[in-house]
Write a protein that binds this ligand. Structure first.
Ligand SMILES: Cc1cc2nc3c(=O)[nH]c(=O)nc-3n(C[C@H](O)[C@H](O)[C@H](O)COP(=O)(O)OP(=O)(O)OC[C@H]3O[C@@H](n4cnc5c(N)ncnc54)[C@H](O)[C@@H]3O)c2cc1C
Length: 628
């Protein structure tokens, strides 16, 4: 058999599903080849989407017309905004999801996407002719031809799992690894390495003493992931629980280190710094007497619970014994042990900003195979790879996102410019313009770009325009309306803030930390009426509009300052240098800069300046040469 497609996506994980739906929705004849159709969008580790900076990525995927936000809203069993005690640039949505329903929802989306065919199989060889990918062959001997191929094989490439001394081949528990594919790509000169990650035990809820734990409730307000109408609370909303490890837990874990594959030399690859195993926590923080654990439901109806914070690859008896030293788990029964997994990844500096390989034309890489960790990071890359694979097939300018435009832009620029030496996860601190990259404005930042591409519908585009007009009206009223002391001073005193001596603009009053639109609008009837008028067309979005307007009012100074800095630096982004220099001959550059510039071959001066090892004086040399 011989099948022909525009785009073939290898792997139906978070990157692959976004890539396949994006390419197909844009009109490419697309095939998603994945090992197991019943595991599409499987959450290999914790059953939760979002979190700090990751939540912003999901909102960006949504604004560009991707699926992760919609599917998360459909399957959320607990929703919260994290980091509320900090400024809005740090607020991040997070949802606990029903793992099985998440997969079901993805499968429904995939099966109903026009132009998208699914093939259940394992790819084992890429077909490359004259430096260009032309197709692939599966383990069943089926040959597929394609104009573009997107590799999103996650943790499956030569995957090896560890529990104590026991090692089992596999891409994820109970799933086979993928062999020969890494080698079939590497033989064309693509370099690859090895990384590691891990996951905790899963617990039977019937064995837990919940009365010995603190509960953690979700929030019931208007927030959700997708901009599209509808609620994020379709399913029954559930609690999570927290508890702490004990000194006795630590003693058992410490004594077990000798049998730990992480500490006895069995695992050599580097794991995610910010999701350490519990044994790593004990070693890194020897003086800490307890570590917090979160017990999270895996679904609406299942008894299975996920123990966040207790990832481990220690032998099963040690994991279990250590766990039983925590009062709530003294009678614990588990469904399966925690385990670690090692897998291959490809050096992402071999990619352009579209995620296309610089070495094999029309071959794209997205997700864990690029050295990242996390569903959201994978989804964001999948979307960009899917869009650009479509563009390679049908024409158009490459689609990339800038660092001041999206966390996805920061992520991809970091990957292709700096590379990775440990699993890369997104943080707000990685973004230099984080006040511009908020969760509340992802739709305003990116919907237009998704619309121009053809991924965002006209209806959604129109909905966003109405929202933006409403926000602008509220902000503009606050800027122009003067408020008299007599009208508001009683209320200001009641809110614990200094009364006015003379009139001021409403905007100035709203910039005080004690004042919000919610607590002051009821006392200023003109403002109240303006809000009603502005939100009349979209009453169901009233709270969303008020929140967006309030953030713009309160943080206007910071936002403008970041925009100015971004605009200044964007001048460097516009100085194109790709192909302009033979770096090997530029003796005025440092040796390290010469080597790095040859390897990365940056598009612009700005990208060159972000390459580790390229100093400001190297950049000056390039600028002087550009001037010449
Ligand atoms: C044990 C474990 C623990 C983890 N812990 C964490 C954590 O603590 N924090 C965190 O952020 N992330 C963690 N992750 C990583 C997280 O699961 C990934 O970041 C995320 O799933 C990556 O998405 P992806 O789409 O790149 O790959 P995956 O979700 O892994 O999907 C890959 C898909 O490709 C398919 N596939 C693979 N090879 C082939 C082939 N040759 N042919 C056809 N199909 C193929 C697979 O069947 C699968 O559907 C963990 C993963 C595992 C396995």
């Amino acid at each position: 058999m011989n099948f022909k497609y525009d785009v073939i996506v290898i792997g139906g994980g978070h990157a692959g599903c976004e890539a396949a739906t994006a390419a197909a929705n844009l009109g490419s004849k697309t095939c998603l080849i994945t090992m197991d159709m019943n595991k599409v969008g499987q959450m290999s580790c914790n059953p939760a989407i979002g979190g700090i900076a990751k939540g912003q990525i999901v909102r960006e995927i949504d604004a560009l017309g991707g699926q992760m936000g919609l599917i998360t809203d459909r399957t959320a069993i607990q929703f919260r905004i994290l980091n509320r005690s900090k400024g809005p640039a740090m607020w991040s949505p997070r949802a606990q999801c029903d793992r099985a329903k998440f997969i079901e929802a993805w499968r429904e989306v995939l099966e109903n996407t026009p132009n998208l065919h699914i093939w259940q199989d394992t790819v084992q060889e890429l077909l490359v002719e004259n430096g260009e990918v032309v197709g692939l062959i599966t383990i069943w001997g089926v040959t597929f031809r394609a104009k573009c191929v997107i590799l999103t094989a996650g943790t499956f490439l030569n995957g090896l799992m560890h529990v104590g001394k026991t090692q089992v081949d596999g891409g994820r528990m109970a799933e086979p690894a993928s062999y020969r594919l890494t080698e079939s790509i590497a033989k064309h000169g693509v370099s690859y390495g090895r990384m590691k990650t891990g996951t905790p035990v899963r617990i039977d809820a019937r064995s837990v003493h919940f009365d010995l734990m603190e509960t953690q409730d979700g929030e019931a307000d208007f927030h959700k992931f997708s901009f599209l109408n509808g609620s994020a609370r379709h399913l029954k909303q559930l609690q999570c629980w927290t508890c702490y490890t004990t000194p006795e837990t630590h003693r058992i874990l410490r004594e077990g280190l000798i049998d730990s594959p992480l500490y006895n030399g069995q695992i050599q690859s580097i794991g995610p710094r910010y999701c350490p195993s519990v044994e790593t926590k004990i070693v890194t923080f020897p003086d800490k007497e307890q570590h917090q654990l979160f017990l999270e439901p895996e679904g609406e109806t299942t008894q299975e619970l996920y123990l966040n914070g207790f990832s481990s690859s220690l032998p099963l008896d040690i994991q279990l014994n250590a766990l039983k030293q925590i009062p709530a788990f003294k009678d614990v029964v588990i469904y399966r042990p925690g385990y670690a997994i090692e897998y291959d990844y490809f050096d992402p500096t071999q990619l352009t900003h579209t995620l296309e390989s610089k070495i094999i034309k029309n071959l794209f890489f997205a997700g864990q195979v690029n050295g990242t960790t996390g569903y959201e990071e994978a989804g964001g890359q999948g979307l960009i790879a899917g869009i650009n694979a479509h563009i390679n097939c049908h024409g158009g300018s490459p689609f990339t996102l800038a660092r001041d435009e999206a966390y996805i832009g920061v992520l991809i620029d970091d990957l292709v410019t700096k590379g990775v030496d440990e699993p890369y996860r997104m943080f707000t601190s990685r973004a230099e313009y984080r006040i511009l990259l908020r969760m509340d404005d992802a739709d305003i930042r990116l919907t237009e770009r998704g619309y121009q591409l053809g991924l965002v519908t006209a209806e959604r585009h129109q909905l966003l325009q109405s929202k933006q007009e409403a926000v602008d009206k509220v902000v503009s009223f606050a800027k122009n309306y003067s408020i008299k002391p007599a009208l508001i001073n009683d209320q200001l005193e009641a809110l614990g803030t200094t009364p006015l001596r003379q009139g001021c603009k409403l905007m100035d009053l709203l910039s005080r930390p004690q004042i919000s639109i919610e607590n002051i609008a009821p006392y200023i009837s003109a403002f109240k009426q303006e809000i009603e008028k502005a939100t009349a067309l979209e009453p169901e979005r009233k709270e969303e509009i008020i929140e967006a307007a309030e953030i713009l009012i309160k943080y206007q100074g910071y936002i403008e300052r970041e925009r100015l800095i971004a605009a200044k630096l964007s001048r460097l982004e516009s100085i194109k240098i790709k192909g302009k220099f033979d770096y090997a001959t530029l003796q005025s550059l440092s040796t390290e800069a010469r080597q790095k510039l040859i390897k990365i071959d940056p598009e612009t001066i700005a990208q060159a300046s972000r390459i580790p090892g390229v100093s400001p004086s190297d950049i000056n040399v390039l600028l002087v040469l550009c001037g010449r």
